[in-house]
Design a protein around this ligand. Structure first.
Ligand code: NAD
Ligand code: UGA
Length: 465
């Protein structure tokens, strides 16, 4: 029986390993993590992350061929194949701070693998890493492992999106496997391919060299983020010209050379990866003297920052140039719908921007916990101006304005007549996700701002800084 060990039980490691266990009943999958609280949550009724369909998959396999443990050493020792899905955040200090990937967690996982291995193993990079990381990992493994143990490193980047992770894993666009040239590398690639063969059609499994696989993942996220910054840049132009961003997106999407996805204008992209992976790419380019290439990708992040601050400025300038002491309802805090994840959510920057102008925020998100929001907005002096409530009607009661920051479905179907009646007047709605019916809300009496739509005459004459 093949044994797999997944190191890192986070948003990638947990769902990915659970789907492998589901699709390969003859494979034993152990998911290990240094975080005791995470592992005990994986073993409980309330999983550590919210992801549609995940609970069903875990319940089906846990205790059969899927287990969660903190005994990292034992499961490394026993495994034939080790998937490493540890976090690779942006370095916060030292060389490359603010840009380069922090590989501390990766290195410590590799050292544990080197220490504990007494038999040959395949090591699979699932985490997103700088191109040529496999080379460094090989060095750690070969210089530290007991004599005679052989390792093959493969790059098998993960392309799942949060909120649709299970769907993405069960029916991926493609699976990418990069390996070393030569017979041993080839054999390792075939072994990993053999796992995916259980459920992924052959033509969707692409094999490449190690460096192409590693760089493809960074390029993939950079291209996706670039599309969002492109459409967001257009949204600013739409607002001042009378064009409508949804009509523009629709027209663009019908061009088969462009396609329909990732053309939704928004208050800005969030999530743990887009910014970190672009910064990482920028750092690699700069380190290789490719300054123009680095500057090109930097601009994607600059436009994203611009979009967030543009939104805050719009709110403040529309409300008589001050939100001081005004109650603003924030609907949605997660970085996208159907997840409880708040990492790099645009809501953090927007809330901090509004708090900077002394607003009083009443925040509601269907999935994000109170503690998490407090942690994310940990600005001692301002936190007293933040209340976190458990429904949208409570959040909007007596509010001067509403900011929609996550596209949760329930925000589309609120009783906006009731919401309007309970708000201060004039009542403003700032839709950062373009999910509301502007005409309907305007008829009710709201002054509505929706990203990339022609401006309401209220805002038309207000100069935006
Ligand atoms: P995460 O922070 O949710 O999970 C990482 C886990 O690794 C944590 O639970 C941490 O405790 C554990 N860990 C760290 N060092 C360890 C060690 N030495 N031994 C055992 N466990 C250790 O991160 P994530 O969102 O799952 O992302 C993981 C990687 O996957 C990142 O490189 C990310 O860029 C990439 N990725 C993420 C997504 C996503 O949607 N979140 C999608 C594709 C790729
Ligand atoms: C993204 C990629 O889509 C995945 O392919 C990749 O595996 C993953 O990052 C990763 O490496 O972590 P994810 O961040 O989970 O997935 O979610 P997305 O659906 O890509 O959304 C990212 C952000 O962009 C969200 O804040 C979302 O609201 C925003 N977005 C997305 C837009 O503003 N407009 C769009 O058209 C699409």
């Amino acid at each position: 029986m093949v044994k797999i060990c997944g190191i890192g039980a986070g948003y990638v490691g947990g769902p990915t390993m659970a789907v492998i266990a589901l699709k390969c009943p003859s494979i034993e999958v152990a998911v290990v993590d240094i975080s005791h609280s995470r592992i005990s949550a994986w073993n409980s009724e309330k999983l550590p992350i919210y992801e549609p369909g995940l609970e069903e998959v875990v319940k089906q396999c846990r205790g059969k061929n899927l287990l969660f443990s903190t005994d990292v050493e034992k499961h490394i020792f026993e495994a034939d194949i080790i998937f490493v899905s540890v976090n690779t955040p942006t370095k916060s200090s030292g060389l490359g701070a603010g840009k380069a990937a922090d590989l501390t967690y990766w290195e410590s996982a590799a050292r544990m693998v080197a220490d504990m291995s007494k038999s040959d193993k395949i090591i699979v990079e699932k985490s997103t890493v700088p191109v040529r990381t496999a080379e460094a990992i090989e060095k750690i493994l070969t210089h530290n492992s007991s004599k005679g143990v052989k390792f093959q490193i493969l790059s098998n980047p993960e392309f799942l999106s949060e909120g649709t992770a299970i769907q993405d894993l069960i029916n991926p666009d493609r699976v990418l496997i990069g390996g070393r040239e030569g017979p041993e590398g080839h054999e390792a690639v075939l072994k990993l391919k053999g796992i995916y063969d259980h459920w992924v059609p052959e033509d969707k499994i692409i094999t490449t060299n190690l460096w192409s696989a590693e760089l493809s993942k960074l390029a993939d996220n950079a291209f996706l983020a670039q599309r969002i910054s492109s459409i967001n840049a257009m949204s600013a132009l739409c607002e001042v010209t009378g064009a409508e961003i949804s009509q523009l997106s629709d027209a663009l999407s019908k061009n088969t050379k462009i396609g329909p996805k990732f053309l939704n204008a928004s208050v800005g992209f969030g999530g743990s990866c887009f910014q970190k992976d672009i910064l990482n790419l920028v750092y690699i380019c700069e380190s290789n003297g490719l300054i123009e290439v680095a500057n090109y990708w930097k601009q994607v992040i600059k436009v994203n920052d611009y979009q967030k601050s543009r939104f805050v400025n719009r709110v403040v300038s529309s409300m008589f140039n001050t939100v001081s002491g005004k109650k603003i309802a924030v609907l949605g805090f997660a970085f996208k719908k159907d997840t409880s994840d708040t990492r790099k959510t645009p809501a953090i920057d927007v809330c901090k921007g509004l708090l900077g102008d002394n607003a009083c925020l009443s925040i509601y998100d269907p999935r994000v916990s109170k503690d998490q929001i407090h942690k994310d907005l940990s600005m001692d002096s301002e936190v007293k101006h933040v209340s976190i409530v458990s429904d949208a009607y409570e959040a909007t009661k007596d509010a001067h304005g509403i900011c929609i920051l996550t596209e949760w479905d329930e925000f589309k179907t609120l009783d906006y007549q009731r919401v309007f009646e309970n708000m201060q007047k004039p009542a403003f709605v700032f839709d950062g996700r373009n999910i509301l019916n502007v005409d309907k809300l305007t008829k009710i009496g709201f002054i509505v701002y929706s990203i990339g739509r022609p401006l309401h005459q209220w805002m038309n004459n207000i100069h935006q800084p």
